[in-house]
Design a protein around this ligand. Structure first.
Ligand code: SF4
Length: 356
């Protein structure tokens, strides 16, 4: 364990004032700690962001304090598109590493920082570029469709990216006679296969350990004890298949089951007439849902579904990023150019949807 000083850093071309906030952080096993998200901390974060001409982006699964201090909160793709549009020198992406890479791919001229580059993703890590090369060699004529939860190197080997809200549309746009390699999420893949009715779709057996842990038994028990609640379910969840089964068998009214991306959940929260909603996704999402629709009682299907990688973006890590200009995200230009094409092809199909 090491103590890191809070010495202010300078960015080429910019001077970062020392400021009055006196804090130091500790680099421990779970990431940077030792800084409380007080009002002074938030003020210092905002001051440093202005001094760096940085835009702060936070994913829906971040800690509430990180979401509240950010300029924009949303899903991974929406945030990456904002990153490309804003007029700032730097993007500080409070999310996991593949998300910051996607922002860099879409904004190659901006400096992109992630407060802790060790914040990975079990789903993105479930397929490497080498594994994808080998899979492609088995199906040389297949079209590769990758969910946005993939590394830049995997996106660089992909024909079309997809998000959880447009995956069905993207696969349906592909010549029905062509094989499709769908990766990396098996639950989203099963959802797409069911919806498109294609039997030439091959699905990589990857999963997110957080979403896979939200299982059908929990969902069934919760749905039975809250019969009037709507069910908002992310398609990466292990229970998504169970939810469709429960609806199909009439255990839960079909109109109460909504398979939604995180961005779609916010829209649905504003529209639903339900007084209570059971939410099957990472628990950080509850913060934005409660803000979007304060009159609704949102309850997690599994209150332990917390992503340890997202929670590595601590108040200490964010302060360190802004003071020291770390950790910078790099994507080799040749990889970024190919990855950008796969994202742009998805956007050209129509509904750009929203990522995790
Ligand atoms: S919740 Fe799962 S898919 Fe999302 S960042 Fe965490 S590990 Fe990855």
């Amino acid at each position: 364990m090491s103590i890191t000083s809070d010495r202010p850093a300078t960015l080429p071309g910019a001077v970062i004032d020392a400021g009055l906030f006196d804090a130091q952080w500790v680099d421990g096993p779970g990431g940077y700690t030792g800084v409380e998200p007080t009002a002074e901390w938030a003020e210092e974060v905002r001051r440093l962001a202005r001094a760096r001409n940085a835009t702060l982006l936070a994913h829906n699964y971040e800690l509430p304090a990180i979401q509240d201090v950010a300029d924009h909160v949303g899903d991974s793709l929406a945030l990456s598109r904002i990153a490309a549009e804003v007029d700032s020198d730097e993007i500080v992406f409070c999310g996991v590493h593949f998300m910051a890479e996607t922002a860099k791919i879409l904004s190659p001229d901006k400096r992109v920082l992630i407060p802790d580059a060790r914040a990975g993703c079990s789903l993105a890590d479930s397929i490497t570029a080498d594994e994808l090369r080998e899979w492609k060699a088995e199906f040389p004529d297949a079209v590769v469709v990758s969910y946005v939860n993939t590394t830049a190197a995997v996106k660089g080997l992909t024909d079309i990216c997809c998000t959880s809200s447009n995956a069905v549309e993207v696969v349906a746009s592909i010549d029905p006679d062509k094989d499709v390699l769908f990766l990396p999420d098996q639950f989203l893949g099963a959802h797409v296969k069911r919806k498109t009715g294609r039997d030439n779709i091959h699905i990589w057996a990857g999963e997110c350990h957080v979403h896979a842990g939200i299982n059908g038994d929990e969902l069934t028990a919760q749905a039975e004890s809250h019969p009037d609640a709507d069910l908002f379910i992310h398609p990466e969840c292990g229970c998504a298949t169970s939810a469709l089964y429960l609806a199909g068998e009439g255990f839960v009214p079909a109109d109460k089951v909504k398979i939604l991306s995180t961005g779609g959940m916010i829209d649905a929260a504003r529209e639903t007439k339900a007084k209570q909603v059971l939410v099957a996704t990472e628990i950080g999402m509850l913060h934005q849902l409660r803000k979007a629709a304060p009159g609704i009682d949102f309850q997690p299907v599994n209150g332990r579904a917390s992503c340890p990688y997202m929670k590595m973006i601590t108040p200490a890590a964010l302060l360190r990023a802004l003071r020291e200009g770390k950790d910078e995200v790099f994507v080799p230009e040749d990889v970024a150019a190919k990855a950008r094409q796969s994202v742009e092809r998805m956007i050209a199909i129509g509904n750009p949807g929203s990522g995790e």
